[in-house]
Write a protein that binds this ligand. Structure first.
Ligand SMILES: [Zn+2]
Length: 276
């Protein structure tokens, strides 16, 4: 069987615009509240509420999403069968990246996970900004009882000058238990990696893939699941800023409706049952 997890990275457009002033780049409560409400409504309508919103935690918005009105929204999302996870952007986009800095990653992940739990929300999943990763992160996630990582885009290699931000070359194109020493390999950690669905260099990444691309990838994954007689679980990626436009929302709905023909969308609880 092919199983899919729909994920939305909670980024807003201006975060990535390096020429704006800090004030212009800051997230705006009213705008983001509306966008997140639209995500939740759409997921309710198309997926019976099953999706993960990854809350952005960069230094431009450390605790912005761990306050009202967002806490109320995360609780609603959880009541609907969805989840809120951490989207740790330790970077200043296109200028500096800190994904190899284990000390910094540990403190950001640990503090945010604690803050969410204090607010009554369970955090079980994680995706780094820019799909960054380093070998210490599996250990840090375990320390925080986060057992699902969604940072893998198989084959991705992304650097800034000499700094490696994201290296997923050679990673499996299906769910795997991550190795402690090499995040691209299957191993003995307690972290389940759920990679972004991939086939022939194309991904279940809504902004970058047409309906036709998505259909090819889904068909291929389904075929592989049948041939190898194994369940395959992969994720599907979109971003909060896409919910600013009704046309984009319609496009996302059409894409999800198409993918539902090939795979079954899961929430984290159902995913846990399947992996067990
Ligand atoms: Zn992001």
């Amino acid at each position: 069987m092919l199983y899919l997890v729909f994920t939305v990275d909670g980024d807003w457009d201006e975060y990535f615009y390096k020429n704006l002033s800090e004030e212009e780049r800051a997230p705006k409560v009213d705008v983001l509240r509306t966008l997140v409400q639209r995500e939740i409504e759409m997921a309710e309508k198309i997926l019976g509420g099953r999706f993960i919103h990854f809350a952005h935690t960069s230094y431009r918005a450390r605790d912005f999403f761990i306050k009202e009105p967002f806490l109320e929204l995360w609780k609603k999302l959880a009541r609907n069968g969805g989840d809120v996870g951490l989207h740790c952007h330790e970077d200043d986009p296109y200028k500096a990246y800190y994904y190899q800095d284990a000390f910094r990653m540990r403190s950001v992940i640990t503090e945010r996970a604690k803050a969410f739990r204090k607010a009554g929300l369970t955090v079980k999943s994680y995706r780094s900004g820019f799909l960054g990763f380093s070998n210490k992160i599996a250990e840090i996630l375990e320390e925080n009882n986060i057992y699902f990582d969604f940072s893998c885009e198989p084959g991705r290699y992304f650097t800034h000058e000499d700094y490696i931000i994201s290296d997923w070359r050679g990673a499996p194109e299906y769910n795997y238990r991550m190795d402690y020493k090499d995040h691209r390999k299957e191993g003995k950690s307690n972290i389940w990696e759920i990679p972004i669905g991939a086939s022939r260099g194309k991904y279940l990444y809504f902004e970058k893939a047409s309906l036709k691309d998505l259909e090819k990838i889904a068909l291929d994954l389904k075929q592989r699941s049948l041939e190898n007689k194994r369940d395959i679980v992969v994720s599907v990626l979109s971003h909060t800023y896409e919910y600013a436009s009704q046309d984009r929302i319609k496009d996302i709905e059409a894409k999800l409706t198409l993918l539902k023909k090939y795979g079954t969308f899961l929430g984290l609880k159902e995913l846990q049952d399947i992996l067990d």
